[in-house]
Design a binder for this molecule. Sequence first.
Ligand code: HGY
Ligand code: MN
Ligand code: MN
Length: 417
Amino acid sequence: MATENPSGQPGRNIRIDGGRLWQSLMDLAAIGATAKGGVCRLALSDEDREGRDLFVRWCEEAGLAVSVDVMGNIFARRPGRNPELPPVMAGSHLDSQPTGGKFDGAYGVMAGLEVMRTLNDLGYETEAPLEVAAWTNEEGSRFPAPMIGSAVFAGISELAEGLGLQDLDGNSLGDELARIGYAGEAAVGGRQVAAYFEAHIEQGPILEAEQRVIGVVGGVQGLRWYEITLTGQEAHAGPTPMPSRRDALLGASHIVAAVNRIGHEHLPGACATVGLMQVHPNSRNVIPGRVFMNIDLRHPETEILDAMGAALQTASEAAAAEGGLELDFAEIHHSPAVVFDPACVAAVRNGAEEAGYSHMDIVSGAGHDACCMAEVAPTGMIFVPCADGISHNEEESATAADLEAGCNVLLQAMLAV
Ligand code: HGY
Ligand code: MN
Ligand code: MN
């Protein structure tokens, strides 16, 4: 390794290679590519394995030491002068939504790798080691607990809970890790991290509307997920009189309307969504006997999020009573609102200012692995705009220039702490 830093500056004038970053994102997006220009790399699917393998190969080509922990989280480590110091970490996730975009998650992992590649090019030696992490099942789309890889690393969730999660076909997360060859041997968590930074597209419209390149993320709103099962009675759609029906889908439709009402009643700030529903037996001429659904509630303020959850339970009980239906109601996930470490937030803001990028403070509407990492390390996030604020959509897009800017800020923040 050459001298610490040939330019003599503390990394201030270093810039990443935006073309290389963009190409890595496009090469990764070819894995699980969808016809509409997005990606489908569900957690621990064959496509996720392919994306992981590509990331690991690139890390090894960059001379990074790769390890995989028992939750399948991948860590690529670049040595610093003092191996005893805890690492400064960047990271995000490689898994996607079924109709996901090229940048959600992938950007933060590729940006972390680009930071390593840039420092390698310059022969820049840091005092502490650096790491880039790819966390397991951030999306919570296949296995019903978002950010579970980082949550187990941070001690928020138990390993057994993480490995025991099942997808809708009954496959366990642990079995799928083994199937794709990512049931690692390294212990999960229980080690110090000096600081964690996550670069991510905003996934909302604010930066674009305000014409800012960098979002200095101060924190993340709270999130609760609920699973509801309504059970009525399957019956023939023809001879069964309307008054005597116990139609589970009718009850579910009242709950869907109530979720939307609850969101509007708790503005500003509330978000309320029913994104997953299964109707049984889902046959054209059978009155649905059972409906399974997931509800996603979000708000920056804990008390209001709690009130939204209480209103949902009341509405669900009323819908079940009205329809003569059995109700199973369970909260399955809670990520409390998070405030990021002031020093990390300042490092992001300074990185943007020193590079001359327009920036603004912002709170994240989406959950991220950074929410979990904030439990165990000083944490910050860097946002860049995405077109029309659209994400979790195959048309998700961002500009190479903005992605490059965010990665430059990530580099500066990692060197500054
Ligand atoms: O749901 C979220 O906010 C994230 O995309 N997992
Ligand atoms: Mn994400
Ligand atoms: Mn996402």
